[in-house]
Design a protein around this ligand. Sequence first.
Ligand SMILES: [Zn+2]
Length: 208
Amino acid sequence: MLILDSKIDSNKKLAQFSRRTERELEKFFGVKLNSVWILLLNSRQDINAVYGKKTPDWLVGFTHQNTIFILNLKVYTKESSHKNQQDFWKTLKHEYCHLYYKKLTGNTYPDWLNEGLASYLAKQKRPKPELREALYILGDKNRGKYDVYKVGYFWVNLLIDKFDKKKLLKLIGSLKPQMSQPEFERIFYKVLKIKFSRRSLEDLYGKY
Ligand SMILES: [Zn+2]
């Protein structure tokens, strides 16, 4: 990984953490990233400028191609709604997960699985959603109607608990770059032998 910091200070801890994270996630996802750039942003204004629009206070990281944009540790709590500076490391790992997910699947689809897995692996625990909210993953058109991090974390955690990480990875590895919802449902059933339907998700939710 290559770290770009507009204030040009070599950050040993950041380099070490990134190397360790790459090793861990390479092993987990079974793919290698080419070269990752980490670009440290030093203010909310910088984030907005790179993102291309005004961003909410909680947004502290995002990816584009092989670059992770992240709010600098030094201003992490000052320029965001995050209270704990240590969340920086979780954010960085979360963004790394997106790069591996994209590399493995060629896509970011479905959002709940992509965000849920990144949150799970980065240990960004979320509260259990209500059943009604949890079931929003059933439809693509529900996008934006629910907390994708909370709901995604719940389902990923549940699926890993019910099966295991390997099985979940098999599901993700079977996804295609261009995929419709019915295709996802087919692959989900083929790998996990449970239907991606209201009834079976309700059933899973109830047992958890
Ligand atoms: Zn994310």
